[in-house]
Design a protein around this ligand. Structure first.
Ligand code: PEP
Ligand code: MN
Length: 370
């Protein structure tokens, strides 16, 4: 069920963003095919999803922004008639992606309940502004996917543009970020980015698009669970009656039946509780964490002082800051030691690289001194 415009909000940021969905004691669920392919395909998927009973919103792409020009680019406006039938005949509210003025007009004309901005739109402020202008004066909820690249400011910029157009019911969709390296994901989740967004906009609902993060079926449940453990408000998952033969994103789509079991296995936890004993015990553990964090910072400060001493020694002897073999040695040793303490290689890499960078900055400051 879609919330009405006047749903209450306790947003503490300057923007008074309201929820898109009515509050539930379970995640909001958005499901449907990557692309609408035929009336029969759309209606059959919708019927099966409706049977599950937990689906709040039916998704289907009508206009598909594809990376390569010869891919299927969506059925176009005719698909909106099929979405209308989903509303009228199946009884599910519907959502689709809009990327320009024309899309907005057509979607509104056909009674689409919620529209979303795709990753390739959010990345471009001109496109976001065009969509925002077209939405001006229309009371419709809007979901905003993250931009393709890990740029939080661009994501926030899109939220602001849509908000300034008078749209108050806004949610965001985390669909992962493009990256060059080898990865098990199609789009790296980089969870710290949505976590930071959550910190800045505590009442903004974040939906996890596990399909576009994973790009494959076997890890959809893991990513969905992670998002629940990070207090995401809901899930958007691509579902298809014949996933292997889907016209787009075949590898990541699952059947409505598989999706139902994914939902069955999902553990949806409370954000907090009033249980005093629990809060007390948690507080005790947190105090220990705080002590260790303080100690870590103290040690890091000491480490930087040593780096400065090394910097001034190198300066006197006209030696460069970076010593590649030494750095390599530090990293290799730390990865080994870290694994003895149950720390992953990825973490050690990120952590030590950040320390190293800071250390270089301290040495550089010393070198620059008159
Ligand atoms: C989609 O949801 O089908 C889609 C095109 O996603 P994204 O914009 O995240 O690539
Ligand atoms: Mn898709």
């Amino acid at each position: 069920m879609i919330a009405t415009k006047n749903s209450s909000s306790t947003n503490t940021s300057t923007m008074n963003i309201k929820p898109i969905f009515e509050k539930k004691d379970r995640p909001y669920v958005i499901a449907g095919p990557c692309s609408a392919e035929s009336e029969q395909q759309v209606l059959e998927i919708a019927r099966q999803l409706k049977e599950d009973g937990r689906v709040d919103l039916f998704r289907a792409g009508i206009w598909k922004p594809r990376t390569r020009p010869n891919s299927f680019e969506g059925v176009g406006s005719i698909g909106l008639k099929w979405l209308k039938k989903v509303k009228e005949q199946v009884g599910l509210p519907v959502t689709t992606e809009v990327a320009n003025r024309q899309h907005v007009f057509e979607a509104i004309k056909h009674g689409v309940d919620v529209v979303w901005l795709g990753a390739r739109t959010t990345v471009n402020p001109f496109s976001v502004q065009e969509v925002a202008d077209a939405l001006e004066g229309i009371d419709i909820p809007v979901m905003i996917k993250n931009p393709i690249n890990p740029d939080l400011a661009l994501w926030i910029g899109a939220i602001e543009r849509i908000y300034k157009a008078g749209i108050s019911r806004i949610a965001v969709i985390h669909r992962g970020f493009s990256s060059a390296g080898n990865s098990q994901y199609r789009n790296e989740p980089m969870w710290q980015i949505p976590i930071e967004l959550m910190r800045r906009f505590p009442n903004l609902e974040i939906i996890c698009d596990n399909s576009h993060i994973c790009g494959r079926r076997d890890i959809l449940d893991n990513v969905a669970q992670r998002s629940m453990d990070l207090n995401f408000a809901g899930l958007m998952t691509e579902t298809h009656i014949d996933p292997d033969n889907a016209w787009s994103d075949a590898k990541q789509q699952i059947t409505p039946k598989t999706f139902s079991s994914l939902l069955d296995n999902l553990v949806y936890r409370n954000v907090t509780t009033d249980d005093e004993l629990f809060l007390e015990n948690l507080d005790g553990l947190r105090q220990q964490i705080d002590l260790i964090d303080n100690d870590l910072l103290l040690q890091l400060g000491k480490r930087m002082k040593l780096a400065e001493a090394i910097g001034s020694y190198k300066k006197k002897n006209n030696i460069a800051i970076l010593q590649p073999s030494r750095w390599n040695e530090i990293l290799e040793k730390a990865v080994q030691k870290g694994s003895d303490h149950g720390l992953s290689e990825t973490f050690i890499n990120v952590f030590l690289k950040a320390i190293h960078e800071e250390s270089i900055n301290h040495q550089e400051a010393i070198m620059k001194e008159e």
